[in-house]
Ligand binder design. Structure first.
Ligand code: 7PJ
Length: 278
């Protein structure tokens, strides 16, 4: 059921999820906005994330925060590709590229990206074809609407059922395009067109997606679902973020996408120490 290519040896013993460290290289990212925009700073941050125990580094060159404006292909390529090359030649770490653009995906794959992470689930033009020509794993995320307006009035008949239906359709479309099912990772897309209540229902019932038989990625780190519930600023969301990571891990999440690597790795180690006695 879990994705062989994504399994580390420690995971097969403890069944602990892999930790994906977030490296935003946009000037206006969600919670580390502008901090890592320069190349050397980004590389130093990668080194720290590896030291702290990250299994995967997720590089994002497009901001998808609510209300964000579009980024050009040229800007995204310049932000992401040189960094990917430098990481791959200096470190032994898996790299995921957070993009929705076919050309960025294509170049990322050419420069040895290990995962393509698409918040638009390969719905943009040319993306399916690019992925079909490779064997790189791909994360399909659910989003209702588009970043500019997605938080205005999200509506579902049944949040779990609707998202599951979306996954089933996207998996079928991927398979028809030549992307094998065993390359696909699913992500319900916390904060992407969901109310606070819908986000927490999704988190509480994440295991409802396990019957699709694919790895699940959970990304709640520092998001508004934590900030709004607790009335905390972005730099005060660590406890909330760790709690959501544990709740996801308890329901078989395969990858946890976070800003705070060291703390998340510690929390997951504590969880896995008890999990083995259950
Ligand atoms: C997610 C993402 C997420 C996946 C972002 C942020 C917003 N990719 N990219 N899942 N969120 N797969 O980090 O707060 O939840 S950008």
């Amino acid at each position: 059921m879990t994705h062989n290519k994504l399994l580390s040896s420690s995971q097969s013993i403890t069944n602990s999820p892999q930790v994906m460290g977030i490296l935003n290289v946009t000037p206006d990212s969600f919670s580390d906005g502008g901090k890592f925009v320069t190349f050397d700073k980004a590389l130093a941050q990668v080194e720290k994330m590896i030291h702290d125990g990250a299994d995967i580094i997720d590089i994002g060159g497009e901001s998808t925060r609510p209300g964000a404006i579009d980024v050009s292909e040229e800007d995204e390529l310049v932000r992401v590709i040189p960094l990917l090359k430098a990481i791959k030649s200096n470190f032994d770490i898996k790299v995921s590229i957070d993009t929705s653009k076919a050309e960025v995906m294509s170049q990322a794959i050419a420069y040895s990206a290990d995962i393509i992470n698409d918040v638009r689930a390969l719905q943009n033009e040319g993306c399916l074809a690019v992925l079909a020509q490779s064997d790189v794993p791909v994360c399909l995320m659910h989003m209702q609407g588009l970043p500019r307006s997605m938080q205005v009035n999200p509506k579902y008949n049944d949040v779990i059922g609707d998202i599951k239906q979306f996954f089933i359709e996207r998996i079928k479309i991927c398979e028809n395009a030549g992307i094998k099912r065993n390359r696909i990772i699913l992500d319900p897309g916390f904060g992407f067109g969901k109310t606070l209540e819908q986000n927490y229902q999704l988190l509480a019932q994440l295991n409802q997606f396990n019957d699709l038989g694919l790895p699940l990625l959970s990304g709640t780190s520092r998001k508004s679902m934590i900030g709004n519930l607790l009335a905390r600023n972005v730099d005060e969301r660590l406890a909330g973020s760790l709690t959501t990571a544990i709740i996801a891990a308890q329901q078989n999440a395969t990858i946890i996408r976070v800003h705070d690597i060291k703390e998340t790795v510690d929390a997951l180690k504590v969880l896995s120490m008890t999990a083995k006695y259950q």
